[in-house]
Design a protein around this ligand. Structure first.
Ligand SMILES: [Zn+2]
Ligand SMILES: [Zn+2]
Length: 235
């Protein structure tokens, strides 16, 4: 019976750690993301492995104690097994759940994927006026917005090759996002204006794009990254 206590304790601690899953971002709950699914799945497998380890170690120690009739040693062994398992579990828990932006690479029968939760800031000005994207718009399986203005979210999976290069960058191009939100954008047009059109103040406008302070000539084909500050203007 005594040998069961550490096992029960371990299971309880494991479930406590599982229950304290990553908190929701302002405006969104991470439970919906592929990244989280993969992490949860890995943690689940890990907890079973550790429970199995503790059960095996405990059984062996108890078996040994019955034979030798020495009860102090097995209890120490079991305690060490529980503490070590829980420490390793905690370290991996923090490592995996904290790796959202770098994402997680995983493979299944459909191939290999990169799952991450990344964000970029996007500011659009048309003839000096701020353009606001709709909030809570876009498919969650692609780039979308939540409750904050000017912030693109992405938390789906993207196919990768064996060197972890993205096989399809389309989901992260600016055009995928602007199309989702219904805004026309390319190297010559933004919204209802195209190069050479007059703004209401009679000035001749032109489309320009800056990413993190540098001019970006890929325009709608630019593949955005975590933390990008994107500015698009027609002026
Ligand atoms: Zn989201
Ligand atoms: Zn997000």
């Amino acid at each position: 019976m005594q040998s069961l206590i550490p096992i029960i304790l371990f299971i309880l601690l494991t479930f406590t750690a599982n229950a304290v899953s990553p908190a929701c971002d302002p405006g969104e709950c991470l439970q919906e993301s592929v990244f989280n699914d993969v992490v949860q799945q890995r943690l689940e497998i890990l907890s079973y492995v550790f429970v199995a380890v503790v059960v095996i170690v405990s059984s062996a120690s108890v078996w040994n104690a019955i034979k030798t009739e020495k009860w102090k040693k097995p209890l120490t062994t079991i305690l060490i097994a529980v503490v070590l398992s829980f420490l390793v579990y905690s370290v991996l828990y923090y490592k995996w759940t904290g790796a959202e932006t770098e994402g997680i690479f995983f493979c299944n029968e459909k191939g290999c994927f990169w799952a991450a939760h990344i964000h970029a800031s996007i500011n659009i000005k048309i003839c000096g006026e701020d353009y606001d994207f709709l909030l809570e718009t876009g498919d969650l399986a692609g780039p979308h917005t939540h409750k904050e203005r000017g912030k693109i979210h992405f938390h789906d999976k993207i196919p990768v090759d064996e060197k972890r290069n993205l096989l399809d960058t389309t989901p992260l191009t600016i055009k995928t996002f602007t199309k989702t939100t219904g805004l026309q954008f390319n190297s010559t047009c933004l919204g209802n204006y195209c190069n050479g059109d007059l703004c209401p103040d009679e000035s001749i406008g032109k489309v320009s794009m800056n990413v993190n302070g540098n001019e970006e000539l890929k325009y709608e084909n630019y593949v955005w990254k975590e933390g990008d500050i994107i500015e698009i203007k027609f002026r």
